[in-house]
Design a protein around this ligand. Structure first.
Ligand code: ADX
Length: 211
């Protein structure tokens, strides 16, 4: 090797802890990934993410959650549900997800994210640093309205909430998600299992927790 500064005993030109230089004697950082749960309100995005998260932690991963409802009380406070505001919300979530992904975390995003093009932009940001795994959490409007966990569908049908996704606002289904879960067919634990199995297939986690 012409530059022997990386050989054992050599002196690194980079200060300890520099994010730009290799850290001698340490394994390369594990690439992170973002699991992007998209689907109607009430389809089960958050429920599944909250089951998958602990499974990932048990496998030694650092997990961060970015949930639309929560993000809208902080980073996206004040944004509404026009296309422009939803796009801004998703762009922000995508950007934060890409930063965490860059540091090797497993990021669990749960947001309706109704527009294909906007999800694709988030994918592009994350893919610069790690894997983007789109999870389409599918359930019909009728089923989500039947569940109506937050009582919002009833209001939307009465016209008391405008621009409500699936009722009076569009939802563009993902054209080629890595994972598709029909939550009318699978209960939450089964759905979480489907996600873990796919992550294992993609080589992002081990299927079983190592003892
Ligand atoms: S997104 O379209 O920008 O991705 P996000 O996931 O952050 O939406 O927020 C959706 C949540 O906001 C829903 O789960 C619901 O609790 C609430 N909400 C309030 N108004 C609306 C609306 N008009 N359309 C959809 N969700 C709404």
């Amino acid at each position: 090797m012409s530059n022997d500064s990386w050989s054992p005993g050599g002196t690194s030109r980079f200060p300890q802890g520099s994010s730009t230089g290799p850290l001698r004697g340490q394994a390369a950082p594990r690439p992170g990934f973002t699991l992007w749960f998209t689907g109607l309100s009430g389809a089960g995005k958050t429920t599944i993410a909250e089951l998958v998260g602990p499974e990932l932690e048990e496998r030694g991963l650092t997990v961060e959650y970015l949930d639309g409802d929560v993000v809208r009380t902080h980073l996206s406070k004040g944004l509404g549900f026009s296309k422009e505001d939803r796009d801004t919300n998703i762009a922000r979530i995508g950007w934060v997800a890409s930063r965490w992904t860059r540091h090797g975390a497993a990021v669990l995003v749960s947001a309706i994210s109704p527009y294909e093009e906007t999800r694709q932009k988030a994918r592009g940001l994350v893919a610069e640093h790690g894997s983007f795994v789109e999870v389409f959490v599918a359930a019909s409007v009728e089923e989500c309205a039947r569940r109506d966990v937050k009582g919002l569908y009833e209001k939307a049908f009465r016209g008391e909430i405008k621009e409500f996704t699936g009722v009076s606002d569009p939802y563009e289904e993902p054209s080629s998600p890595e994972i598709l879960i029909d939550t009318e067919e699978h209960d939450p634990p089964e759905s979480a299992r489907i996600v873990i199995e796919k992550l294992a297939e993609l080589g992002l986690v081990t299927e079983e927790v190592r003892a």
